[in-house]
Structures are given as C-alpha cells and as structure tokens.
Ligand binder design. Structure first.
Ligand SMILES: C[S@@+](CC[C@H](N)C(=O)[O-])C[C@H]1O[C@@H](n2cnc3c(N)ncnc32)[C@H](O)[C@@H]1O
Length: 189
C-alpha cells in the first residue's frame, strides 16, 4: 500500500468529529483548525496530513505525540503504528489531558496521554521514540526532543513559522525545512 493510501485509511478509520466538542462537530469536514477549549485547537486536517506524511510512521513504531490536545492526532498515530506499536501523547493543559483521554477511550483507542511537566519538553523518561510529532510551534529547534529519538528516528515540528523534518544522526541531526505553517505556541519551546 502506498503511504498516501495508508493515510487515507487512517483518516477514514479515525473520524475527526469524534474528537471535537459537540458544538464544533458539524464543522468537522472543513479544512480549518477548530476550537477545543482553553484557547487551543484541533489542527487543520490538511496540515495534519502533511505532518503525518513527513513523519512516515510504520507499523510497530513507538511514537510520542507532543500537544495531544483533543487526542485526534494520537488516535491517527495509533492507527498507523498498529497493534504492535505504541503511541503516547503528552499535553500541557490539564483539562485537555482529560479531554484527550476521554475522546480516545470513547473511540476505543488504546493510546495513553500524560500530563506534561513544567520545564520538561516531551516525555524523556519514556524515551526513546521512533517518531515524535509536535503540534505546537517552537521558537527554535527543540534539541530536547531530538534527544528523545532513536538514532535514525524522525521529529516533525513547526519552528518559527516553518515545518521541520528532523532526523537524528550520530552527529548533528539532518534538519530539513519543508514549508510555511502557523501553529499555537509550544510552551517552553
Ligand atoms: C494545535 S493544538 C492540539 C492539536 C492536537 N494534536 C489535536 O489533534 O487536537 C496543540 C496543543 O499543544 C499543547 N501544548 C503546547 N505546548 C505544549 C508542551 N510544551 N507540551 C505539551 N503540550 C503542549 C497545547 O496545549 C495544545 O493542546
């Protein structure tokens, strides 16, 4: 199956509406970010798709979803890693940790969501990860997240208005700028 077809399958299996507040569900098919409370958003579907394409998630991967919010990206990632993989979300707003967990449970998705700790990016104590997805914008490349990857692992993160695809190497990481995007800020990033 092509990567594009796998993404089609994931989006079909994990309907966005199930991760939106009741008042927003009728907008689920619109290609724009939608509010989920606490000033945060469920990201624009085309952007989520572009990020997942860059992330190149494979069955069996361990994936960290930074800024899990509504839980939608966490659920999409869970579909992509399949039953042999593992996804853990991390979220800084306590109410959204609760929301994400509730949405995932309702959708029957077995991914965990953890509360982010102040001053700590990601979940270093559970590293390493094959892939790290970040759905909030950093001001500079978050090296703390690169360090949570396996060597050869990939981080996709918006940095100062641009999407970056970063591959951890033994030495300096490969860091490729992919295109302009705008996101809510990454706290501490
Ligand atoms: C665009 S929103 C949520 C997108 C989410 N992936 C979804 O599918 O709904 C980005 C999220 O990042 C969270 N966030 C911001 N800084 C963070 C940090 N340092 N650690 C964890 N989450 C963070 C925000 O609270 C927000 O929920």
């Amino acid at each position: 199956m092509t990567p594009a077809a796998r993404l089609d399958e994931a989006f079909a299996a994990v309907p966005r509406a199930g991760f939106l507040p009741a008042g927003q569900r009728r907008f689920a098919r619109l290609d724009r970010p939608l509010p989920i409370g606490r000033g945060q958003t469920n990201s624009q579907p085309a952007t989520v798709r572009a990020m997942l394409r860059l992330l190149d998630v494979r069955p069996g991967h361990r994936v960290l979803d930074v800024g899990s919010g509504s839980g939608w990206t966490t659920a999409l990632l869970s579909f992509l890693v399949g039953p042999t993989g593992e996804v853990v979300g991390v979220e800084i707003v306590p109410e959204l940790v609760v929301l994400g967990r509730r949405n995932l449970a309702r959708a029957g998705v077995a991914a965990r969501v953890e509360q982010a700790r102040e001053g700590v990016l990601g979940l270093p104590e559970q590293a390493p990860y094959d892939r790290v997805l970040v759905s909030a914008e950093a001001t500079r490349l978050p090296t703390a997240l690169v360090e949570q990857l396996v060597v050869g692992g990939v981080l996709v993160v918006p940095v100062a208005g641009w999407m970056h695809e970063v591959r951890r190497r033994d030495g300096d990481p490969d860091d490729v700028r992919r295109g302009p995007y705008s996101f809510v800020p990454l706290v501490g990033g």
